[in-house]
Design a protein around this ligand. Structure first.
Ligand code: B12
Ligand code: SF4
Length: 482
């Protein structure tokens, strides 16, 4: 453990510097889908600390060029604790920040999804501690413990290195009442920079809101390192309070609900929609939801309350694959929802996945047919990523490709394990979805016969040339499902 040099006890409050190491300019996906929001986890942590008399500052590297701002803040703010939010994408920078913290005599703690799923790696790489679950209570107690010279290893919810051994303090129960959380401390980041970016690209002032924590479903490939299979939600009244604050303080006119799954409880969403109508907040919004929850009558009411776009995890056009993924959805529900969305004029963004164990070329064709039938306005088709801690990962861990490659090329663009077919086949299939999407958009502008001719020619090329060439010798007929 590093002694926090600045922690002298006495009267002054503890100081915590939070860091978001995400640098948008280095994220290849960001250039494609410009989606910038400050981390709600950090904003809530900051607000929670302040409410308890702890001084909190935040360095948000999203718009930065490098980590210079962290060094400046370390010097000026002289924190007792530096708390870094972690994602796989930002792992190296998070570790660099832990080293900077150490050099400035501050205690470093990591939290967020990546450090939650590989806690000991973060400790070995230089972090003094990791909070692998909910951060509010743990970070508050850690800051106080350091100032009072108590052993951080005794703070519930923390994981620390003790000599050769990774020591897990007793677990901390999750907060029971999310309504008791303060509003996010938006003033800790440059909200105007985010809102201006959105205004430039969409004409709207967009902000993110979270109404729940966790997800009770159990898809085989889903990694839920921080909250596991738990689920808690704020009251609709508390959600309205946050929306009103965003509207009044920042003139926000479009909201992204960032919940893993929005509107899981029907009475909850019914109440929220009623309040939205009564409050006349005049917001447009988007959310991510499941096809089994989006009943047509609900979609109509959501539309009237300002819903513009829904992200849906369609994943596959094959019921067999949905079952293997333990998705818990039926193809008939996908069809019903896609039709209702189109009827209501709500944009649909489909998530699709290729390469999941058990998938054959016929299953991929079924997905493509479904895609062709509904032509969603937006989509993302990724190659299945086996994330550590998931049943999918367990099923393929004996045939993962090298770690360096995995870390460098993660994100659904590369094949990270030995799947049924070679990577080139999946890449080619992704290109077919791209062509299909372009044809979908061309419908209405080009004569239908021309569009169909192009589509059939592409299918023939796939069957006769590409597929036989690309399938190769490695095709696994009996791919064990997770
Ligand atoms: C909303 C969201 C987004 C939004 C907003 C991102 C943002 N700035 O927050 C958008 C769409 C922009 C987005 C983008 C990306 N996202 Co995202 N996103 C989410 C989502 C659905 C919710 C995040 C959230 O707000 N959670 C709620 C808060 C309260 O939880 P939290 O952030 O985990 O924080 C709590 C604890 O983890 C802990 N904690 C967190 N940080 C810290 C730090 C310290 C010091 C401590 C003590 C505790 C602590 O305490 C917090 C409060 O209790 C999660 C899934 C999920 N459920 O977490 C994925 C998720 C975080 N995203 C993910 C990814 C991969 C990305 C992208 C990299 C995608 C890409 N470009 O390829 C980008 C990165 C962008 C960025 N700015 O970092 C992955 C991360 C996986 C990983 N291991 O890295 C997740 C887990 C989804 C998944 N299962 O794959 N994302
Ligand atoms: S994929 Fe979505 S619905 Fe499935 S377990 Fe994960 S968060 Fe829940």
């Amino acid at each position: 453990m590093t002694e926090a040099k600045h922690a002298s006890g006495g009267d002054r409050p503890p100081r915590v510097l939070l860091v978001d190491p995400y640098l948008a300019r280095e994220d290849p996906m960001e250039r494609k889908f410009i989606e910038l929001y400050p981390s709600l986890g950090l904003l809530t942590l900051g607000a929670y600390l302040r409410e308890r008399g702890i001084e909190a500052a935040l360095v948000d590297l999203t718009f930065a060029r490098d980590t210079h701002a962290v060094v400046e803040r370390l010097r000026a703010f002289r924190p007792d604790v530096v708390g870094v939010h972690t994602k796989t994408l930002t792992r190296d920078r998070a570790i660099e920040i832990a080293q900077l913290a150490r050099a400035h005599g501050a205690y470093s703690v990591a939290g967020g999804p990546d450090s939650a799923s590989r806690t000991s790696d973060y400790l070995a790489a230089g972090f003094d501690a990791v909070v692998p679950s909910e951060g509010e209570g743990a970070l508050t107690d850690l800051a106080r413990a350091l100032l009072e010279h108590r052993d951080p290893g005794d703070v519930a919810g923390l994981v620390v290195q003790r000599g050769e051994r990774v020591h897990r303090a007793r677990p901390r129960p999750l907060l029971r009442d999310l309504d008791a959380l303060p509003l996010p401390a938006w003033d800790l980041v440059d909200m105007e920079a985010y809102l201006r970016t959105w205004e430039r690209s969409t004409g709207e002032r967009r902000a993110a809101v979270l109404t729940s924590r966790g997800c009770p479903f159990d898809c085989s490939w889903c990694s839920k390192p921080t909250f596991g299979r738990t689920f808690r939600q704020q009251s609709p009244e508390r959600v309205i309070e946050e929306l009103r604050a965003l509207k009044e303080r920042y003139r926000v006119d479009y909201v992204r609900f960032c919940d893993d799954v929005f509107g899981i409880s029907r009475p909850w969403i019914d109440r929220l929609l009623k309040l939205l109508a009564e409050e006349h907040l005049d917001l447009r919004w988007e959310c991510l939801a499941r096809v089994d929850l989006l009943k047509p009558d609900l979609l109509r009411r959501m539309r009237s309350a300002g819903l513009e776009r829904v992200y849906v995890g369609v994943e596959s056009g094959s019921q067999k694959m949905l079952d293997l993924m333990n998705r818990g959805t039926r193809l008939s529900q996908v069809e019903r929802t896609a039709e209702a969305l189109r009827r209501e004029g709500i944009r649909q963004f489909w998530f699709l996945m290729l390469g999941f164990p058990g998938e054959t070329l016929e299953d991929i064709e079924a997905t493509l047919r479904l895609f062709r039938r509904f032509s969603p306005e937006e989509y993302s088709v990724s190659i299945a990523v086996p994330v550590p801690g998931t049943r999918f990962h367990d099923a393929v861990k004996g045939r993962l490709h090298g770690r360096r490659r995995a870390v460098k090329r993660e994100g659904g663009r590369s094949l990270l394990f030995e799947a049924a077919y070679p990577e080139a086949l999946y890449r080619w299939q992704q290109a077919r979805f791209g062509l299909e999407a372009a044809l979908g958009k061309a419908r209405g502008r080009l004569a239908p016969s021309v569009v169909d001719r192009i589509g059939r020619a592409a299918d023939r090329f796939h069957e006769k040339v590409a597929a036989p060439l690309l399938v190769g010798k490695r095709a696994r007929t009996a791919d064990p499902p997770p």
